[in-house]
Design a protein around this ligand. Structure first.
Ligand code: NAP
Length: 277
């Protein structure tokens, strides 16, 4: 079994340096994939109302045999549930669907600025954390001005901001803002959904030099940037490969060379304009 180290969030929670993405893991096969990840050593599981697999993730938690207290389950409030009462209801429903007594981390999935309700939604999440329905609260796809608005209007700093982040889009400015304010960065699509990233000559060479795979080089790069990647894999062997990145180290020059692959967002997901319900 792989041991995945943790870092402290700004609320004191021990948060894994790598987790499992679960988008697309559904049905009995989805449950089996999440169970295999837990058996491999994954402790952070990333679901969302909109992935329609909260039930599968809850079932995997119960069948894994691992103590619930050791696992961290993230879910996300969808755009259609923005608003104070709606966010409370959304979380109550997530608890019922997962069958869990509490959620470890709840995120606002997308800010949907044209709807204008993310601050109100955030106020509900602050209350949900006080009631202990949710242990940690954060956001996803928030820009620096949006984070500043939460801070200015509520005084409560998110523990996490989960954003698109991979070697083609390293998000240096946003990560610097997170570091300044004690917000943990989480990388979604950390492998750039496989795309052509894993064929990059630089990654193939660094993999050879370090005796690992290109995927492991990319995930180690996330870890050394101080961001928690949540690679999704349905396959037990690839899950193990992805988690096994804690016994080698890239040099600072290697980290910089990987960051220089930057070319921008891959999927048009600019949070100022891209909205999801
Ligand atoms: N907050 C948001 O708005 C947001 C948006 C997108 C995603 N997410 C979260 O981030 C998670 C990860 O992102 P993602 O699923 O889009 O992309 P990803 O993790 O970058 O890539 C997943 C793809 O890579 C393949 N893969 C995984 N490990 C591999 C390996 N070792 N070698 C070769 N191929 C490998 C997977 O196939 P196999 O399954 O066959 O291994 C799958 O096709 C999602 O599952 C979701 O939880 C959040």
């Amino acid at each position: 079994m792989v041991t995945i180290p943790t870092v402290k969030l700004n609320d004191g929670t021990d948060f894994p340096e790598l987790g499992l993405g679960t988008y697309g893991l559904r049905g009995a096969e989805g449950v089996a994939s999440v169970v295999s990840a837990i058996e491999t050593g994954y402790r952070l599981l990333d679901t969302a109302v909109n992935y329609e697999n909260e039930r599968e993730v809850g079932e995997a938690v119960r069948t894994s045999g691992v103590d619930r207290a050791e696992l961290l389950i993230t879910t996300k409030i969808p755009g259609r549930d923005h608003g104070y009462d709606e966010a409370i209801r959304s979380t109550t429903t997530s608890l019922a669907v997962t069958g869990l007594d509490y959620l470890d981390l709840s995120l606002i999935h997308w800010p949907n600025p044209s709807v204008g309700k993310y601050v109100e939604t955030w106020r509900a999440m602050i209350d949900l954390r006080e009631r202990r329905a949710v242990r940690s609260i954060g956001v996803s796809n928030f820009t620096e001005p949006m984070l500043r608005r939460l801070l200015d209007e509520t005084g409560v700093v998110p523990s996490v901001n989960q954003v698109e982040l991979h070697p083609y889009f390293p998000q240096a400015a946003l990560r610097a803002f997170h570091a300044e304010h004690g917000i943990r960065t989480e990388s979604w699509s950390p492998l750039a959904r496989r795309s052509e990233l894993l064929q990059e000559q630089l990654l193939i060479e660094l993999a050879e030099v370090n005796g690992v795979t290109p995927t492991q080089v990319v995930l180690r790069w996330h870890v050394q940037l101080g961001s928690t990647p949540i690679p999704k894999s349905a396959d037990p062997e690839r899950q193990r490969e992805n988690a096994d990145v804690f016994d080698f180290e890239l040099t600072d020059d290697e980290v910089s060379a990987i960051s220089a692959l930057e070319r921008g967002r891959l999927w048009d997901g600019d949070p100022n304009t891209h909205e999801e319900m």
